[in-house]
Design a protein around this ligand. Structure first.
Ligand SMILES: [Zn+2]
Length: 702
């Protein structure tokens, strides 16, 4: 995505506001562009603003990291998921599809590897496959147990976001059974694989790898044991905070004690070597546990998971991300954000602030997704080169974690630019990566021309992205509505109800967005008239937003990329209507202006290239499209791999003018288009609806 202007939080200019007053008899007053008051609690501090100016001259993390608890008060907070309900549209369909998939997975199957590791009764369950394959007879996968952790988080989400009691009951049973596993394993360590993986992690980290090909049976570094522990740890914390399961907190404390004990005596130099093996967001869970229990010991344990080689350049505002694995590093930045929030240590603030700005502006494709082959493979702003490295672009769990990080940054500084990014990624890289029939989700969302979408199978995948996938679609309500002392922010246009208990207001948002460019927010019940501000995000992609209040058009407009503020006394029946006209736009690759993608409003358009050669085996099961695999009959066909599809010609275009509307015309159905006057014309429609077809998002345009 390209850089966008950093906009102020109120979209009204004085002049346009005067127009608003003149244009309506309603008592609407302008919210001045004031900052929220400093927090009253002396133990909290106000959040830091983005920092400019020359970077520091010494490595910020050269000095020892010492933890002192000092909470940073957020400037804005999301409403708890229990107060918001998604009520319709593709968002509700995605939530329901995901719930269906989760309900088909049995608790005892999800517990299989844990019980086996502790020598407990397996209750006749059949093991899962894929990345949850057990150590039965042959070597099990070293990530086993990770998906069960995600499943607990996802169940807690479903309970908080939709009141799903069945999901909670199943997860409560799993927590109780996992408590037995933890007890059998000694009371702290809780895992589906033996401690031996951590012994190897300690012994082999920092050792040179033996020359030559790996010898069968020779000890090797484990895959990612702390990554896996983090998912189980986070699952327990989510079951406590979102689903009220007190036993889950006790289990999490045991896990925190174990992680503290394991790491406390390791010299820092060796710990830095250990952190070269993927470990993800374990520090985030330790910081969260420290915040919940008020026990700094857990935060000090979290600090040992600060990878200095990674965070020092970021705090110096240098992009040294090339060659790094994306999805182990985004969660480290989420941990840094959380560390700043409970300590006020600005070094951690700067890591998160710079990282988000760099990845969202210089390392993200038009859809909002990032990565190729799980890595950042090029220098920043070389996205055309990045795209061409392989077909494995946009690992979905990376987008999940970038969106999670966005929420932290927005809470410190409620700039609508964060929701321009969040919305772009939500609509193009998340909605559209779940199959609404089965709830299956994607691993790589390929942007290679001629690709197609692939999805996990029922019980033989359990990738990292399957795990973040089940979490994602259980919390589509978590970022729509935010608030501060002055009032409400409406950040996403999703059909939903908000129960604003603190004000005695019930609000309903009705919209077919993005199929339609309008939305309405109605006060369906007010206990008594309430004076407050309602701020509507005016997205950067719109051109001339229009708003009306109780059917009367306001003359005021707000700038795209800002908030339109309505500050008045609200009563039952008040209704705001917002129109956000969409238009066709072009985004070129920063390193190749002829490689272009087209958008209609926030929606990335994809061209339909047919379905030649596609079979169910090519769609359900593989982690990405088999475009690069050998053709049948070629020298090195692997019979276990699906056959490659026929090569197809990708059309190229000649732009008739700088405005894409001059040669891309509306087609017969809403949101669909067709090129005109090209050697071969193509039908374009939103990428998030492109299922079971071969497509292209980027095109060569002369
Ligand atoms: Zn993934």
């Amino acid at each position: 995505m390209r850089d966008r202007k950093n906009q102020n939080i109120s979209g009204f200019s004085r002049r346009s506001f005067a127009g608003a007053i003149a244009g309506t008899s309603a008592a609407v007053t302008l919210a001045a562009q004031q900052q929220p008051a400093a927090p009253a609690n002396p133990n909290t501090v106000a959040p830091q603003q983005p920092r400019n100016g020359p970077p520091p001259e010494v490595e910020p993390f050269a000095a020892p990291i010492e933890f002192t608890r000092r909470d940073v008060a957020p400037r804005v907070k999301p409403f708890p998921m229990t107060q918001v309900r998604v009520t319709g549209g593709v968002f509700k369909e995605a939530e329901d599809a995901n719930r269906g998939y989760m309900s088909r997975l049995s608790a005892d199957r999800l517990l299989y590897n844990f019980r086996q590791n502790a020598g407990l009764d397996l209750k006749g369950a059949e093991p899962l496959g894929g990345w949850e394959r057990p150590a039965d007879g042959k070597h099990g996968t070293e990530l086993r147990g990770h998906f069960t952790g995600h499943f607990l988080s996802a169940s807690a989400n479903l309970y908080a976001s939709a009141g799903d009691k069945e999901a909670k009951a199943k997860a409560d049973y799993m927590v109780a059974e996992l408590a037995k596993v933890q007890e059998k394993l000694g009371g702290g360590y809780l895992s589906a694989f033996p401690m031996e993986l951590f012994d190897r992690l300690d012994t082999l980290s920092g050792k040179p790898r033996p020359a030559g090909p790996p010898q069968p049976g020779a000890p090797a570094l484990p895959w990612a044991p702390f990554y896996t522990i983090h998912k189980i740890f986070a699952g327990m914390l989510d079951m406590y905070t979102l689903a009220g399961n007190a036993q889950a907190l006790e289990i999490a404390k045991g896990m925190g004690n174990w992680a503290d004990h394991w790491s406390v005596s390791i010299p820092e130099e060796h710990m830095q070597q250990i952190l070269e093996t993927e470990y993800g967001g374990i520090a985030e869970s330790l910081y969260n546990l420290a915040a919940i229990t008020n026990d700094d010991r857990y935060a000090k344990a979290g600090d040992r998971f600060t990878k200095k080689r990674f965070v020092n350049p970021l705090a110096l505002r240098r992009d040294e991300l090339r060659g790094l694995h994306v999805n182990t590093h985004v969660p480290q930045v989420i941990a840094a954000a959380r560390r700043y929030e409970i300590s006020g240590d600005l070094r951690f603030h700067d890591v998160a602030d710079y990282f988000f700005g760099e990845v969202s502006a210089a390392r993200s494709y038009v859809t909002g997704g990032t990565s190729n082959g799980e890595l950042w493979q090029t220098e920043p702003r070389r996205l055309a080169a990045e795209l061409k490295r392989s077909t494995s672009t946009e690992e979905c769990c990376c987008s999940y974690n970038m969106m999670k990080l966005t929420r932290h940054l927005y809470s410190w500084n409620p700039d609508p630019k964060y929701f321009d990014y969040f919305e772009r990624t939500l609509l193009n890289e998340r909605i559209g990566t779940i199959r609404l029939d089965k709830g299956y989700t994607q691993y790589y969302s390929s942007l290679t021309p001629g690709a197609w979408k692939t999805f996990n199978s029922e019980d033989q995948a359990f990738w990292c992205c399957t795990g973040t996938g089940v979490e994602e679609y259980g919390k589509l309500n978590d970022s729509i509505y935010w608030h501060d002392d002055r009032g409400l922010f409406v950040n996403l246009y999703i059909p939903s109800d908000l129960d604003w208990r603190e004000k005695g207001l019930k609000l309903r948002q009705e919209t077919k967005f993005p199929d339609d460019h309008t939305t309405s927010v109605t006060v369906v019940a007010a206990d008594k008239p309430v004076q407050t501000a309602i701020r509507l995000r005016i997205p950067s992609w719109t051109s001339a937003a229009r708003v009306s209040l109780n059917g009367r058009a306001l003359e005021a407009t707000a700038e795209p990329g800002s908030y339109l503020t309505l500050d008045r006394t609200w009563k039952t029946g008040d209704r705001i209507d917002l129109e956000m006209p969409m238009r066709l736009t072009v985004e070129s690759m920063p390193d190749d202006p002829t490689l272009q993608a087209f958008l209609y409003g926030p929606l990335v358009l994809a061209g339909d290239l047919g379905n030649e050669g596609l079979t169910e085996a090519l769609i359900i099961g593989p982690n990405g499209p088999a475009l690069n695999r050998p053709r049948p009959g070629a020298a090195q066909v692997n019979p276990n791999q699906p056959p490659a599809v026929p090569a197809i010609e990708i059309p190229t275009f000649h732009a008739a003018g700088s405005d894409p509307a001059s040669w891309i015309k509306p087609a017969d159905k809403p949101l669909t288009f067709r090129t005109v006057g090209q050697k071969r014309d193509v039908a374009l429609s939103p990428f998030n609806r492109m299922f079971d077809r071969r497509y292209s998002v980027y095109w060569e345009v002369s």
